[in-house]
Write a protein that binds this ligand. Structure first.
Ligand SMILES: NC(=O)c1ccc[n+]([C@@H]2O[C@H](COP(=O)([O-])OP(=O)(O)OC[C@H]3O[C@@H](n4cnc5c(N)ncnc54)[C@H](O)[C@@H]3O)[C@@H](O)[C@H]2O)c1
Length: 248
């Protein structure tokens, strides 16, 4: 893809399935990678792709500012920001004050705080690309998903506002909206709930026109496209990578 080689890319939630797959793909395209995550990199995932790792809770502004300053000094100014970090609470009307505080603080507030502290770096180098991860859950209602879906709708709103704010700075902002992706989180949640993985995979697959879940590599390829100069006229958009989930 055009224009990725040599660029500095920061991926929040970089130890997660989709964040890490995006980091791997951007690394293959020649980017210098920074993985940011609230968890420690205990498996040494960063070193496998020659990436810099920074432990940060994106919902805490002081930590975020410190992390962004450290990145600028040690690595350089970030040109590509991929916001995948998310906290998962799946609840309906019974969600508690604590549930709302946590999911809003990470998914909406945290995404906003890291963006706030990276934008000056992008401005100083004349532009950049921000990719915010939403979901098909940012378009439709799903039973007992209100907490999560509210934040995924909000992500799409943030993208559209920031695309307006940042266009004069040549910073493009887009939303990536995956359908169901076959990840370790999917497998763990089946195991936790005592569900048969094959049966659940069939059930999830049937929700998509292509009758399967997506792969992390398919989502990562779309993120790399949005980051690249091949997407130079795309801003404020929602890119669906959903196997036809929303076309049904
Ligand atoms: N997996 C799917 O099927 C799917 C589908 C549609 C959209 N998405 C979206 O893709 C993104 C990534 O999902 P995933 O499946 O890779 O999840 P994941 O749980 O594997 O990764 C999320 C990562 O975010 C990190 N994180 C959580 N809170 C944080 C915080 N406060 N500060 C910094 N990092 C924090 C976690 O430690 C984790 O490594 C999410 O935004 C999710 O909503 C996922």
């Amino acid at each position: 893809m055009r224009g990725l080689s040599g660029r500095i890319a920061l991926i929040t939630g970089g130890l997660g399935d989709l964040g890490y797959a995006t980091a791997q793909r951007l690394n293959e395209e020649g980017c210098k990678i920074i993985l940011a995550d609230v968890q420690p990199d205990s498996m040494g995932k960063a070193s496998l792709i020659n990436a810099y790792f920074i432990q940060v809770d994106i919902s805490k502004e002081a930590e975020v500012k410190k992390a962004c300053d450290e990145i600028a000094v040690r690595i350089g100014n970030v040109q590509i920001l991929v916001n995948t970090a998310a906290y998962f609470v799946f609840k309906g009307v019974e969600a508690t004050e604590e549930d709302w505080a946590k999911i809003n603080a990470v998914n909406i507030g945290g995404t906003s705080l890291i963006t706030k502290h990276i934008v000056p770096q992008m401005r100083s180098i004349g532009g950049g690309s921000i990719i915010n991860f939403s979901s098909v859950s940012g378009f439709v209602g799903q039973a007992n998903f209100a907490t999560y879906n509210a934040t995924k709708f909000a992500i799409r709103g943030l993208t559209k506002c920031w695309a307006q704010d940042l266009a004069p700075d040549k910073i493009r902002v887009n939303t990536l909206c995956p359908g169901y992706v076959y990840t370790s989180a999917f497998i763990h949640s089946c195991e936790k709930l005592g569900l048969d993985i094959e049966e659940e995979n069939k059930r999830a697959s049937a929700m998509h026109l292509l009758n399967r879940q997506g792969t992390v590599a398919e989502v990562a390829a779309a993120a790399a496209f949005l980051a690249s100069d091949d997407a130079s006229f795309i801003t404020g958009s929602d890119l669906l990578v959903d196997g036809g989930y929303l076309a049904k």
